[in-house]
Design a protein around this ligand. Sequence first.
Ligand code: DGJ
Length: 318
Amino acid sequence: MSAPEFAPAGVIAPGKVFRDQEGKVAQLHGVGIQQFGDTFYAWGEDKTNGDRFTGVACYSSTDLATWTFLGHALAADENIEDLGPDRIIERPKVLQAPDSRYVMFLHVESGDYSYARLGWAVADRPEGPYTYLRSERPLGNISRDIGVFQDEDGTGYVLSEDREHGLHIYRLSADHLAVEEIVSTTLAPPSDHPLGSHGLESPAVVKHEGLYYLFGSELTGWDTNDNQYATATSLAGPWSEWNGFAPAGSCTFDSQTSVVVPVRGTETTSFVYVGDRWIREDLFHSAPVWLPLTLKDGVAELQWHEQWTVDTVTGVVS
Ligand code: DGJ
């Protein structure tokens, strides 16, 4: 196990791990990020026990580079079957429902990835503690990697990968606690993947200038690939062809999409691509690969920077 490289204080350094206020390796894996007021909250997979569930770690930041650990928003609990220490829980994502409650969505798994369910937890504060509610297969479908999106009208959506059936976008109920209907389903570009036609995983959506950008990764386990994106003027589609948004062959600068964070500043709106560079045998030290993402006229483009910052007040990247 090689020693991790640490990001210098106050900057984003792709491929280098963030340390929290106590100098510990921040567990910002498979992370969900939301901005409430001037504070960004991040909920990440705590990989202290490798792939087995210990908790959803919550952090806060005002610059997306300096992260304060706020504790486990949701902790492993051997009295709740879905949260037991033998579980795998991935990609925690949070939305604030119109009733003001914070709703956490989870990919709840068994060790062999056959459970494939969507889980819900709720809290009164972004950092929790969250109360676990339940898991289900939405509308009976397998649900692995997830993402979330809330539109300008407050409607919530869950994106969920369903193997050979595709990547579904589900509309949520007003309280965000139930899945109501499939809004659209996309399939990955044709490939020689053993599943045949299938959906992309690690999904994320952002909206910019009236256009929805949908991001996802090919199904290659912990290995990286050239992630793809498509656009549409409605979440119901029709979606454009898939295209890469990083240099072809770079495997998305050796990372997998986790989420895309809008930074809506006083001068400009910037987008932060938040990716994971998984280390299969040492998931705890898997490095964040976070980069500025340009979205313009339907084209998404990721740029490599060794170190960078984003002014979360103005929105300007430097
Ligand atoms: C790829 C997914 O995106 C990850 O979240 C994780 O489930 C790995 N597969 C497990 O192989």
